[in-house]
Ligand binder design. Structure first.
Ligand code: NDP
Ligand code: 8X3
Length: 256
């Protein structure tokens, strides 16, 4: 299969690229960091003999996303699978103290970027009457935690848009999956805390969070089910987390 992944330069997107490459699929990986894309391409090619195309694209940019899709159409006609993964959280604060620039970046990336990619790719899938769109949502799209307001709202939007896409595209034999992980140890917290490594590390203290590879395996599972089966929505957390609000620690489990 031909797999297009946004935000494949680190974390979940990178792990998804590894999982599909390991299983012999062709990849088109994207992100803003060209050096990382090149490095990942070289590794996946050397390790698995994978065919990997790379494009340095900011999903917030309509022209860049349109140009990317033109290139993909010329090479593949359409991807079999689009994985809308690129996304981020910036900061944590109550709504009265939020940074409006950070809000805009989260909305532009997590919602509008996903929409641009989908709007460009969906017609190619519709024309072929096949395809699968996997949107990486979050437990933050299922319940709202304190200080998470705008990030959680963007992920609620991902869940709602996934439902909308599924309803609109099922007549064209297109699957849509919202894959909603809980806490995953990636560069996510480093980005959220503006590069503060100590704060980022504290996020995952006292329990084992999901690994990016756990999410990648789930994406792979959803992508390789028989033609008549579609996972519409899947929420997964580590064993120490129940949802976006409640989590526990190894110590609490030991004392229980
Ligand atoms: P990372 O920070 O490790 O990866 C984020 C990826 O998104 C990077 O490849 C980054 O690439 C890319 N990205 C960010 N902004 C843009 C942009 N404007 N244009 C193109 N690419 C962009 O975090 P995760 O792997 O954890 O995050 C991946 C997705 O998973 C996000 O949507 C996140 O919301 C979601 N998620 C994460 C969870 C977690 O706990 N880690 C839990 C649930 C969901 P580059 O910087 O090179 O552009
Ligand atoms: C990322 C997980 O809990 O930080 O979506 O929102 S969380």
């Amino acid at each position: 299969m031909n797999i297009l992944i946004t935000g494949a330069t680190s974390g979940i997107g990178h792990a998804i690229a590894q999982e599909f490459a390991r299983n012999g699929h062709k990849l088109w990986i994207t992100g803003r960091r060209a050096d990382r894309l090149q490095e990942i391409k070289e590794t996946l090619t050397a390790q698995y003999g994978a065919t990997v195309y790379t494009s340095c694209v900011d999903v917030r940019n309509r022209e860049e996303t349109a140009a990317l899709v033109d290139q993909i159409q010329a090479e593949w006609q359409a991807p079999d699978i689009l994985i809308n993964n690129a996304g981020l959280a910036l900061g944590l604060s109550t709504i009265d103290k939020g940074d409006i620039d950070e809000w805009e970046t989260m909305i532009d990336t997590n919602i509008k970027g996903l929409l641009y990619m989908t709007r460009h790719i969906a017609p190619l899938m519709v024309a072929l009457k096949k395809g699968h769109i996997i949107n990486i949502g979050s437990t933050a799209g299922k319940s709202v935690y304190p200080n998470g307001n705008v990030y959680c709202a963007t992920k609620h939007a991902v869940v709602a848009l996934s439902e909308g896409m599924r309803v609109d595209l099922m007549n064209y034999n297109i699957k849509v999956t919202a894959l909603n992980p809980g806490m995953v140890d990636t560069e996510f917290s480093l980005v959220r805390y503006s590069g503060d490594e100590q704060k980022a590390a504290q996020t995952y203290l006292g329990f084992e969070p999901l690994h990016a590879s756990d999410v990648a395996k789930t994406a792979y599972y959803c992508a390789t089910l028989p033609d008549h089966v579609c996972i519409n929505d899947i929420t997964m957390t580590c064993t120490r987390q129940a949802n976006g609000i409640f989590k526990t620690t190894d110590e609490a489990v030991r004392l229980s």
